[in-house]
Design a protein around this ligand. Sequence first.
Ligand code: CUK
Ligand code: CUA
Length: 763
Amino acid sequence: MKLFNKLAVALLLVAVGVMVAGGPAQAQSLQEVMKARGLTEKDILAAAKTYTPTGGRDEYLCFSSGGQSGQVIVYGIPSMRILKYIGVFTPEPWQGYGFDDESKAVLAGGKIHGKQLTFGDSHHPAISETDGNYDGQYLFINDKSNPRLAVIDLHDFETKQIVANVFFSSDHGGCFVTPNTEYIMEASQYAAPFSKEFVPLEEFNEKYRGGLTYWKFDRETGRIDPDQTFTFELPPYSQDLSDAGKGPSYGWGFTNSFCSERYIGGIERGRPPFEAGCSSKDTDFLQVTNWKKAAELVAAGKVSKVNGQYLIPMEQAIAEDLLFLIPEPKSPHGCDVTPDGKSIIVSGKLDSHAWVYSFDKIMKAIEDRNFETTDTYDIPIIALQTALDKSVNVGLGPLHTQFDSEDGVCYTSIYVDSQITKWNYRTGKVLDTLPIHYNVGHLMTMEGDTKTPDGKYLVALNKLSIDRFNPVGPLHPQNHQLIDIAHPTMTLLYDMPLPLGEPHYAVAIKADKLQPTVRYKTGWNSRTDEKSAFRARAGREHVERNGNKVDVYGTLIRSHITPEIIEVQEGDIVSIHLTNLERAEDEVHGFAMYGQNIQLSIEPGKTASATFTADRAGVYPYYCTEFCSALHLEMQGYLLVQPKGYVATGAEMQEGVTYTEDDYNTQVATNVATQEVIDQVVGFITSHNYADFPTVVGLVEDATDQLGFAAEAKKKAEDAAAKQDWQNAMLWANQWWQYQVKTADLGLRAKTHLEENGAKKVK
Ligand code: CUK
Ligand code: CUA
């Protein structure tokens, strides 16, 4: 007892002590806050450069790969606020991705040998380009583990298509787009038989192959066209990263490799591991491909199809001058074409140099047939010294290079030394270095892989965060560090933990190049981008039965799901198709059901479907999963799965409360008073220049819809009252009021917006 008292007193003293000593609630001035939090002036400056007040927008949007999460992460720069995860190769329940029939069809495009995968290792995002600059229309990303590419439409930030490579069994050197997004490059990584059949490793040199696919992108349809896609057969050299030529090097592609030793490992057979055998030679090979000429051969019908797709065998590529090799530093990484298209920078991962190749020199060597020799597969090799412009000592373990708005200036990530090196690829001079925490992989400058980089900011995508954040167990977040590069010396601004996968690469685009939609046309299949065959209009909701297949055509609007009761029989295959009738911005409804693994996200205008077998008789509540309105919890319903042979009892449904004429009259009085409030708000809005405010126009449209519904409910109430059916009269009067409340809510939001944004009185 005594001990307990002592403890209590001690705790009290500690509590008082903290209050007196800390006094954080009192800290008001900047100086006091700086002192209390131990911040320097440099910290405050960094904060001022990144802090974005409420309602503020970012200058750039970054699309980061989500690594093993299979997703794409969208965040703003410079605020580093995460805005969205886009489900790509993996199901993403809160977006309904992989749960609705429409997105399941997208994921099915990525099946491997008929197997549906729920994992992907996303590496390199690429934004579509027009004339070598980002046009903000599409985003592409690859899956390294299962060689696949995905197309994301930036008009709604949704994944529209996944294609699987018919030759490769892994990839890495994708996605890199050609300057007008004619093609998207995807290079294989770990060599494997193109037949995808069993071939013993003893036949590695003859039957295992690397490759480089140029996926044809069709701007008209916004989809990849596998029929017009072609693949270069390449030696089994472990191709790594790619980049497309631009400007003078337009029409060419560059892909490096890291195991031209063609070592095949085998620790358990007593052989040295891959890491020894794949790094024993001093050089590997840069593979130079002429995609433009290859495309012409394809168009001329000179390339044959294998596995249903065009394949350019090595002999053909050699005979047609489509493929050349150039030695590059030991186990290289990174392959980046300079903005002017005149140079290609490759880093020697086990070396301390960045190697700058001259495209002019490469072309001259090809013209002069100036080849050092050929490789085992008879591919001509251009001597390193013939093609090299210079090599620059940038630090130990250089990986990737990105470019500045200032001519010749670039930044290379230095993995082993954990730093960013700023240097000039024309002069070969190192200009600045900045330490990074820790082990930077890719790095990214604003629009830094286009013809006209913006510079300004750099993000270091670090592999390790070690001690940078509060500990959260052995699996740490990744760390994206934001760096100010607008001045001669680089300064670190911000550390952002990314608690999702291992992002490899990221791309950032000027935010004003993106104009995403806020709603779909009503009844829209967002995955195919056409009217859904399963759309339903208000008042036209219905159920169709064909044998044991039941299709429910329903709608969603604040705050009810139509239908609210669905009756099926045990064993039926049920498809519930729901159309969100809302036109209001951000008015999303969800749809989840007990025990069926169903979760839809239905944005305004979208139609989404869930198909399942009602294999067990029972009662299955369903509801809206988005807190969409004050009566969101009431946005509910029941699926009743009747046992086989069930016969209804014929009993009436019983309501818990009985209403009288008085109840009805009280409700009507409330509604009349509510209408007066609405009229006042409407008066305010229409007496101002509200048409100049798109947000308000949207709110007014929505309010008009709601008021229309109120009128319908009012009529039903009055009809019931005329028949002295007070029960239904009262309930419809209440529904009339519910619509009024939504109208009033929208009207008040519109009024506030007008007041806050300085609307002018017009009459
Ligand atoms: S890779 Cu990960 S750091 Cu896939 Cu581009 Cu270089
Ligand atoms: Cu719709 Cu909650």
